[in-house]
Write a protein that binds this ligand. Structure first.
Ligand code: NAD
Length: 319
């Protein structure tokens, strides 16, 4: 069996599996998931070489963290063989990036995850807060958590790409180790690409989440809450149908597209079943052997071209 590739995360020294396990589905964000299925998915992920697991107190109103904690315990992986990232500042009750809240938040997350430390703590969806507060208050508070040994590395996440340059241009060098971008490096949207040289020059590791565009690039289609326009939804549906007619799978094509850019350390995909874990790992191992399915990819790109790089609004507030 081909081994799942590990990639360096910026200058952290961490080596992340190129396929990362997005644990938001464990918080029932994409439909109900039983605890047995959750444990079986995490066990299979670890068995197949996935070492990176991402969650947040926001997902399922803390449920994702609790379930992931149970899964990690049930699977019994040695602590130095897996990498966990969680987040702070976004909660079911709303946003709070104050030093006081994020300092309390990590203790709550560690208790739910049943861990002594997390590898990465990320400020979650910072465009909804004040970016200046993130620069001047939240990141310094996270620095203290790093010194206290509760977290190893610091990250920021969000949808609009300009939040990353705004923060990284204002914090002391080396104080933000990683960024997590989502829905900006998949077949229908590649806007993260332009930012990659800048992030490399800053020594910041890159995690790209939602290669399936939060369900748009699946045969099943997106969940009801998906914010894409009807036009984008129907173009993706047509692309999925086209792949199916050809005996191909849009999700595999989408995974391989995202995985093929090696400037991205890990492609975080949300998973809730052994089947999805196996399919997504197989997408990576087959990509390493056979390369991309260029013919189907160019047909799908042509179908998605009218909606290329179309995103949806997210509140951006800089002061
Ligand atoms: P995604 O694009 O990974 O899509 C997930 C959906 O696709 C789920 O319904 C899942 O069941 C389904 N799926 C997974 N593999 C499949 C397969 N092989 N075939 C068919 N369907 C499949 O979107 P996501 O879950 O939102 O993103 C992945 C992870 O990234 C999240 O779980 C979370 O950890 C992280 N994330 C973080 C942020 C943030 O920090 N702001 C935002 C989005 C995602």
């Amino acid at each position: 069996m081909t081994k799942l590739e590990l990639r360096d995360l910026g200058t952290t020294g961490l080596k992340l599996s190129c396929v990362g396990f997005g644990a938001s589905p464990l918080g029932n964000v994409f439909g109900l998931v039983s605890e047995d299925d959750a444990i079986a998915s995490v066990r299979e992920a670890f068995r197949l070489g996935i070492n990176f697991f991402d969650t947040s107190p926001y997902y399922g109103g803390t449920l994702s963290e609790k379930v992931l904690g149970k899964c990690l315990k049930a699977v019994g992986m040695p602590r130095n063989e897996f990498i966990v990232s969680t987040k702070c500042g976004r909660y079911a009750e709303g946003f709070d990036f104050s030093a006081e809240r994020v300092t309390k938040s990590i203790d709550e997350s560690l208790a739910r995850l049943q861990l002594d430390y997390v590898d990465i703590l990320q400020c979650h969806d910072i465009e909804f807060g004040s970016l200046d507060q993130v620069v001047n208050e939240t990141i310094p508070a996270l620095q203290k958590l790093k010194e206290a040994g509760k977290i190893r590395f610091i990250g920021i996440t969000g949808l609009p790409l300009e939040i990353f340059t705004y923060v990284l241009d204002r914090v002391p060098p080396g104080s933000v180790d990683v960024i997590l971008s989502y829905c900006h490096y998949s077949i229908n949207d590649t806007t993260l690409e332009d930012l990659l040289p800048y992030l490399k020059s800053k020594g910041v590791g890159v995690i790209s989440a939602s290669p399936l565009a939060m369900g748009l690039l699946t045969e099943r289609g997106p969940p009801e809450w998906h914010p894409a326009s009807p036009e984008l939804k129907s173009a993706c549906q047509a692309a999925a149908a086209h792949c199916k007619e050809k005996g191909k799978n849009i999700s595999k094509l989408a995974m391989q597209f995202s995985l093929s850019n090696k400037a991205i350390s890990s492609v975080l995909v949300g998973m809730n079943s052994i089947k999805q874990v196996e399919e997504n790992v197989a997408a990576a191992t087959e990509l390493a052997i056979f390369g991309k399915d260029e013919e189907t990819l160019s047909e799908v790109e042509a179908l998605l071209n009218p909606v290329k790089n179309q995103t949806w609004p997210s509140g951006i507030q800089q002061s």
